[in-house]
Design a protein around this ligand. Structure first.
Ligand code: PLP
Length: 365
């Protein structure tokens, strides 16, 4: 039995998302690229490759990983490329999307051998969090002025617009796409492709996949563009857990347990957005505050209800530990790094990576 803590990727759950993505591609003609900034655990890329068209990236490291480990279509994007990166980025990509006209002009020649595009910012988004809102005031993420973009149209053949964020609401997506068409329709008419980015939670159980596909197909037809999506979270949502073990129990006005993991080190995204972890089924008469083992006072996964009293050695499994979670794990407090395991479709468990003292030591010098 594998020693906790470990991230456990369940392929049968991943498959549900993959099948929905494949269905959307078929119905709509849109292409789907995995956003590596959300999920870059490449041991399952062999599996995901059959259902998706490739990857998109936010840095040289990501575009290289996408090219080498996923293959198929590889999009490069970055908020800003450095002079010393650009040649290697171009060597690993089929398409490069610049964040600004300044970057486009600076690197247009170096990237002339591959397809070039520009990020547009429509100034509307579905995010309620400032931190994650691409349309926040004074946003640096993309160009918004049509009059400034028109003169560089001869350098590019398409656009990327990423303004959805955890958007489960098809009508909201539809309205915002309408806004985009109003604002940027004249540019889209001249483009060959448009990527609508990520943040659309179309693999959810209740999402109207057919309506979504119809809308994408209509966009493609009206403007004569190949539509791309860049699903991160939607690709891997609900596929992965973080498996932990109770190390200690305390009573301090509330019942507390300490597990062999840390939200700061192993599920940092939740802490940044001040969300609780998820435990399933979270039902029963015994309520506990589940705490991490780092010395950060607020290293708390949340309060959950359990069927039985918890004792040292019990297992606690946190849901939804793939997106923005594994990519952000860190060595804070030197807490043991969770291993990575995969549950295959036949139910068997395979450990694909374990981390030890050397990895910790080598992470600094
Ligand atoms: C973050 C991001 C994505 C992926 O977003 P999800 O919410 O994980 O689907 C896709 N494209 C771009 C440009 C992004 O910045």
């Amino acid at each position: 039995m594998l020693q906790t803590p470990y991230y456990l990727i369940d392929k049968s759950k991943l498959l549900q998302n993959m099948e929905r993505i494949a269905k959307l591609r078929e119905l709509s003609g849109a292409k789907a690229l995995l956003a590596l900034k959300c999920f870059a655990t490449w041991s399952v890329f062999d599996f995901m490759r059959d259902y998706m068209d490739g990857t998109t990236s936010s840095s040289l490291n990501e575009v290289r990983l996408g090219h080498e480990r996923f293959g198929k279509e590889t999009h490069a994007y970055s908020v800003a490329y450095a002079d010393y990166e650009i040649d290697e980025v171009v060597a690993h990509a089929d398409k490069i999307i610049f964040n600004s006209i300044g970057q486009l002009n600076r690197f247009a020649d170096k990237a002339s051998g591959i397809v070039r595009g520009l990020r547009l910012n429509p100034g509307v988004s579905s995010s309620s969090f400032d931190l994650a809102d691409p349309a926040r005031p004074f946003s640096r993420l993309g160009e918004w002025d049509v009059a400034r973009v028109e003169p560089v149209m001869d350098l590019i053949s398409g656009f990327m617009i990423h303004n959805n964020c955890e958007n489960k609401d098809f009508d909201l997506f539809d309205r915002m796409l309408g806004d985009i068409e109003q604002k940027f329709g004249s540019l889209l008419k001249k483009a060959e492709w448009v990527s609508l980015g990520g943040g659309i939670h179309f693999t959810g159980d209740d999402y109207p996949l057919e309506k979504f596909a119809e809308r994408l197909k209509r966009l493609s037809g009206e403007y004569g563009v190949q539509v791309y999506l860049e699903p991160g979270e939607a690709s891997i949502t609900r596929s992965t857990t973080l498996e932990t073990t109770v190390l200690d129990t305390l009573y301090n006005g509330k019942n507390l347990v300490v597990v062999d993991s840390s939200i700061e080190a192993h599920m940092l995204d939740l802490l940044i957005y001040r969300e609780n972890a998820k435990v399933s089924p979270n039902q029963g008469p015994h309520r506990y505050m589940v705490c991490g083992k780092s010395c950060l006072a607020g290293d708390i996964f949340g309060e959950f209800d359990f069927e039985n009293e918890l004792k040292v050695g019990d297992r606690i499994s946190f849901q939804d530990a793939a997106g923005y979670t594994m990519v952000k794990k860190n060595w804070f407090n030197g807490v043991k790094m969770p291993a990575i395991a995969i549950r295959e479709l036949d139910g068997s468990l395979r450990t694909v990576r374990e981390f030890d003292y050397t990895d910790y030591e080598q992470s600094l010098s």
